[in-house]
Design a binder for this molecule. Sequence first.
Ligand code: ADP
Length: 249
Amino acid sequence: VEDLTEARRIEAVRRDFVANVSHELKTPVGALSLLSEAVMDAAEDPEAVNRFAGRMQIEATRLTSLVQEIIDLSRVQDDDALVDAEPVAVDDLVAEAVDRCRQPANSKQIIMATGTTPDLFIWGNRGQLAAALGNLVENAVNYSPARTRVGIAGRRISAAGGDLIEISVTDQGIGISERDRERVFERFYRVDPARSRATGGTGLGLSIVKHVAASHGGEVTVWSAEGQGSTFTLRLPEAGRGRPAEPET
Ligand code: ADP
């Protein structure tokens, strides 16, 4: 019964998103078009050109992030993620997530520090797991000031039902208040829409992460201290050597 509710929930997320997305896409595309005209008109004024170019970069980032969310959502659409489950190397997931954030991390001079113990494999759907970790790392970069550090760590932990793989993403960013911590996993929930506007999110990322974790028989949790940073932790079933671990149903 719980599975069905969850499937309905994600279907509702998808429908809302499709309804909103054409509008969401129009905003940055329109802004980019106006800004490029403004750049041409301001050719004689290097300061203005610079200012417009900076705003173009913000709109382009927003567009990239929206497109990435569309890709992620199409990945979590499958009714049963675990039909395509396979052992997925944690190192590959981490490398892909880092790659996805390379550009914004570089421009903010954020150091990406990864440390995983060798030979960790998760039993799951590769595309969905990549979407989940990618979102967490993207948020860590988005909600951190320049010249800070984002750490991604992976290890094996033992639990009652079998070994789990734990991947944590730690940032030194703005943090999340206790009140908001309960709500950030809700679809479309954003702590400060005005301030986070520039980061180009839609408030869907963490609801996708939560859905992926749950459908894999795992969980995602958050620790945070306001003004100091946050740690998001994914715990997912390990793929046993030779024999896949049986995910919880
Ligand atoms: P989006 O990032 O698209 O807004 P998410 O669902 O990924 O949506 O996140 C929801 C909200 O949670 C964000 O708008 C932001 O306010 C907050 N948040 C998420 N990750 C972090 C983080 N690492 N540090 C601080 N705030 C965060």
